[in-house]
Design a protein around this ligand. Structure first.
Ligand code: SF4
Length: 144
């Protein structure tokens, strides 16, 4: 059962741009219609080409089919490049923007702690109140 009490006083996070969350690990980056439109504009392409080159169809947490970004064979994000990092950073999907304020990570103190072991930005820097965190959660729910 979800336990919000551990972030009643808020949480700290400031991305250190280490790219650890973009690389080496298999995972889904679910795309909303808004994400797709922004990425198409950024890449100056069309919808069919974008989906063919960069997307795969996967099941989301509800069992519904959803577009997700492809990964490279080494499990790096399709948009992560050596020396450049994320090549669509300004148009990156909302899921990436909202990390680490995801339902799965905010589920409990333990899930937050586990995620923080691979993200050096968690528990550092900018303070987010509980209300701000819940607003970020709602933003995601409103898009997907
Ligand atoms: S792992 Fe954390 S600190 Fe590193 S890029 Fe991702 S969000 Fe930023």
């Amino acid at each position: 059962m979800k336990d919000e009490s551990f972030y009643a006083s808020g949480l700290n996070f400031s991305c250190q741009r280490c790219s650890s969350c973009c690389r080496h690990d298999a995972g889904y980056v679910y795309l909303s219609e808004n994400d797709i439109e922004k990425l198409i504009a950024k890449l100056e392409t069309d919808r069919d080409s974008f989906i063919g080159l960069y997307c795969r169809l996967v099941k989301n947490w509800n069992g519904n089919k959803t577009l997700s970004l492809k990964e490279k064979s080494n499990k790096d994000c399709i948009f992560w490049e050596s020396k450049k990092g994320c090549i669509v950073y300004g148009a990156r999907p909302l899921q990436c923007k909202l990390f680490p304020f995801w339902e799965s990570i905010l589920f409990s103190k333990d899930s937050w702690k586990m995620a923080s072991e691979s993200c050096p930005g968690m528990n550092l820097g900018k303070h987010y109140s509980k209300e701000e965190i819940n607003t970020l959660l709602e933003m995601r729910q409103g898009e997907i």
